[in-house]
Design a protein around this ligand. Structure first.
Ligand SMILES: Cc1ncc(COP(=O)(O)O)c(C=O)c1O
Length: 370
């Protein structure tokens, strides 16, 4: 049996939708973008949504539309694009530590890293689990910091009945491993119309529609980018979004089986803790395994054709090009990055595939002298 780490669920209807929209005379940002953005806003109760070509673009645009200049605090335990977006927007990343239970940024570590130059925090909702938003919002208010949510890995999860991405500026990814996909793609969400209008200019070369003198006149008012999501990919996104609840329901069902079976081996696995008031959308199912066994465990599972992986090692403060931004010690990130393992999870994963993963985990553990 061959088990991929993740697998997008694209159905024949979606293939038809894409092929139909490719026959349209207009192939870039178009009517499907508007529909996709509208449904996104309605579903997650966020006033304004702007589709774009990736979450990395959304992160950059979130910084640029607020004209942030200075230090931005992020967890070191994240994908490189969180830091890259900061550097490519002319700001400086400052790394905070995480909490081991949730694997999300530790509000206490955020406070320790605030300086006079701090302008914002980019939190990362890791693997599908929202951050501790109460504490984070308190910090933002107290220190007058902007909040950007890197919700690339979390779509459809809530903190206290409020969706991720609806607390600050929300950045989402539709990369093929995520909860829904447009192949490449992303969304940036806003509470504020002025920022939304500015971001619309940034993603399309800075063209300012208010300066239009006639139908062919195009004038830019800022140095924009091309961050647009093409119409046919927005068509795919729209259809995928309609299936998100079903996808997440299936992911949660698989996670429940893993939880039940793996918690029997609490001398080997430490599971991600989902506290009261938090819901999880399981873009990834991650476990901690003892550091000394991790490589052997990964190799064993791979030999059984089970595509396990690691997110994230090295963490950002160990990436060569980011080392100069590493100031304060990050002991929990150091522990987690050496112990974390990602197991396969995707909506169409069959019960027998889940059982195959679990039975091989059991086989591996039985070889150990625990
Ligand atoms: C936490 C995090 N941020 C940002 C991204 C970047 O998303 P995209 O590939 O859509 O730019 C990812 C994608 O893997 C991610 O996991």
């Amino acid at each position: 049996m061959q088990i991929p780490l993740c697998k997008p669920s694209i159905d024949s209807n979606e293939l038809k939708i894409i092929s139909r929209s490719l026959k349209s005379p207009w192939l870039t940002h178009g009517p499907f973008n508007i529909k996709f953005e509208k449904l996104f806003s309605n579903k997650f109760r966020i006033p304004y949504s702007l589709s774009m070509n990736s979450c990395t673009s959304a992160l950059e645009c979130a910084i640029k539309c607020q004209e942030l200049k200075g230090e931005i605090i992020i967890p070191s335990f994240t994908w490189v694009s969180t830091a890259n977006a900061i550097l490519n927007s002319g700001c400086k990343p400052v790394f905070a530590d995480i909490e081991l239970n949730s694997r999300n940024i530790d509000p206490k570590s955020i406070v320790k890293n605030i300086t006079k130059k701090t302008v914002a925090i980019i939190i990362v909702h890791f693997a599908g689990l929202p951050c501790d938003m109460n504490e984070i919002i308190k910090i933002c208010k107290k220190y007058k910091l902007k909040l950007i949510e890197d919700s690339a890995e979390t779509l459809g999860a809530k903190y206290k009945n409020k969706y991720t991405g609806s607390f600050g500026l929300g950045c989402f990814s539709f990369f093929p491993t995520k909860n829904i996909t447009t192949t490449e793609g992303g969304m940036l969400t806003f509470q504020d119309k002025k920022l939304f209008d500015k971001a619309k200019k940034i993603i399309a070369h800075g063209i300012d529609k208010s300066l239009k003198k006639n139908f062919w006149h195009r004038e830019s008012s800022l140095p924009g980018h091309n961050y647009r999501l093409p119409n046919h990919l927005a068509a795919l996104g729209l259809s995928q979004l309609k299936k998100l609840d079903l996808f997440n329901k299936k992911r949660r069902k698989i996670a429940k089986i893993y939880d039940k079976e793996l918690s029997k081996f609490n001398n080997f696995f430490i599971l991600q803790k989902v506290s009261k008031n938090f819901s999880h959308s399981y873009q990834m199912y991650t476990v901690r395994v003892p550091k000394k066994y991790r490589t052997n465990f990964l190799d064993f599972m791979r030999r059984k054709n089970i595509e396990v992986s690691v997110h994230f090692d090295p963490p950002l403060h160990e990436q060569k090009y980011l080392k100069s931004y590493y100031k304060k010690k990050l002991p929990k990130t150091d522990i987690l990055s050496k112990e974390i393992v990602t197991l396969p999870i995707f909506p169409d994963m069959k019960k027998k595939q889940v059982n195959y993963v679990i039975s091989n985990i059991k086989k591996f553990i039985s070889t150990l002298n625990l």
